[in-house]
Design a binder for this molecule. Structure first.
Ligand SMILES: NC(=O)c1ccc[n+]([C@@H]2O[C@H](COP(=O)([O-])OP(=O)(O)OC[C@H]3O[C@@H](n4cnc5c(N)ncnc54)[C@H](O)[C@@H]3O)[C@@H](O)[C@H]2O)c1
Length: 351
């Protein structure tokens, strides 16, 4: 049944406001922002938000927002150190919850949150939007249809470039508000596992700081990482990340038994090279408006459709575990048997 959702925003920084604007601009028939809670007393909001939501209540304590009975849904975009507590309290207050990535800062918290959302009726989803980029959606369709046969190897590379590093990363991560490696690679390694239809069995990685060192004596968050591993279904993978390059690109390259697929996830087409030498370029245009190549709109709409479906179970709860376990393993700088840990929580039947 379609419902008009009254949505509370817990944190109204850059991401909270971006999602509020997606709702106001692109999904007004689904609901509206109904309250904001942010530690900052007077967050500066965009003219659009101010015009569309002139009477919206602002709180500095999110508990006041959770007490509002008319709010059925909350969007949490604080940093990961507060997600576990806020998500649990919001669910206990009867709200449906959309929570930003990285979902939690530790594996112990991942297990706790997984057990919490799977042991009760609730509506919960992580805001992992990379699978809803137009190129990602097309890649999933082609890989599931086995266009290049059985998957053998995935090479995935996220290069954010020094300009992005200066304008975003240094501002964010110099104050220890999280780790750049987990913040970014939670996206890419979630997508990699999603596209392969599997999860990481073993992971080795390393991360280091090469460039961003001018904030006092200590290196800031690591700026570069390399990861290699094997998925449960046998597919091998590599994932790299650097903020030391010249441009923002996300390159995905999959090798299968019948050919290869190459794409820039931020682009609008996919190249397929078949083993017989033939090749073709398939379009994957962005047909939506809004941020992140239209993925924010698709992700939020799909979340609200899930709420309207009447389902009372957390959506994709296993991604609480799988979306953080690869980057966290990489930060340990040794071989980690992620699959054993994942199955010990999800159950032995996990595919
Ligand atoms: N899915 C995506 O594409 C995407 C994009 C950007 C950011 N994010 C995620 O969103 C989160 C926030 O990023 P951002 O860019 O908005 O950061 P930001 O620094 O702009 O905003 C964070 C806000 O959280 C508020 N806050 C912190 N603790 C709070 C609390 N206990 N109660 C209420 N408010 C609180 C701060 O006052 C601040 O306004 C991060 O986890 C980031 O990884 C996701």
């Amino acid at each position: 049944m379609q419902t008009y959702h009254r949505i509370g925003f817990i944190a109204f920084g850059q991401r909270g406001q971006q999602l509020a604007e997606t709702l106001v601009n692109h999904l007004p028939e689904y609901g509206c922002p109904a309250a904001v809670a942010d530690l900052r007393k007077n967050p500066v909001v965009s003219p659009l938000f101010s015009f569309r939501c002139p009477d919206i209540p602002f709180f500095t304590d999110y508990h006041d927002l959770l007490k509002m009975p008319e709010i059925d849904t909350v969007i949490v975009s604080t940093y990961e150190d507060t997600h576990l507590t806020i998500v649990k309290e919001a669910i206990e207050a009867g709200k449906a919850v959309y929570c930003e990535k990285p979902i939690v800062p530790t594996l112990a918290q991942a297990e706790e949150l997984y057990r919490f959302v799977t042991s009760r009726e609730c509506r919960f989803q992580i805001g992992l939007n990379l699978p809803n980029f137009p190129v990602s959606l097309k890649l999933k369709e082609l890989l599931d249809a086995k266009l290049i046969g059985d998957l053998i190897l995935i090479r995935s590379a996220c290069d954010v470039g020094q300009t992005f590093a200066r304008s975003f990363l240094i501002n964010k991560f110099s104050c220890r508000r999280g780790s750049f490696i987990t913040a970014k690679l939670t996206h890419d390694t979630d997508l990699l596992q999603h596209l392969a239809g599997s999860y990481a069995e073993t992971v080795w990685g390393s991360a280091s700081n090469f460039l961003w060192r001018r904030h006092g004596e200590e290196a800031m968050t690591d700026d570069t990482a390399v990861i290699a591993g094997v998925l449960h279904n046998g597919t091998m993978f590599t994932q790299t990340l650097t903020s030391c390059g010249s441009s923002y690109e996300r390159k995905f390259h999959a090798f299968g038994s019948r050919g290869e697929i190459l794409a820039d996830l931020h682009g609008s087409s996919i190249e397929v090279r078949y083993s017989n030498g033939r090749s073709e370029t398939l379009p994957a245009p962005n047909l939506s408006g809004g941020g992140h190549n239209g993925a924010d709109l698709v992700t939020l709409r799909s979340f609200l459709d899930y709420l309207d479906s009447g389902e009372r179970k957390a959506r994709w709860p296993e991604r609480i575990l799988s979306s953080v376990m690869i980057p966290m393993a990489a930060l340990e700088k040794r071989l980690v048997e992620t699959g054993k840990w994942y199955r010990s929580i999800v159950g032995g039947e996990a595919e």
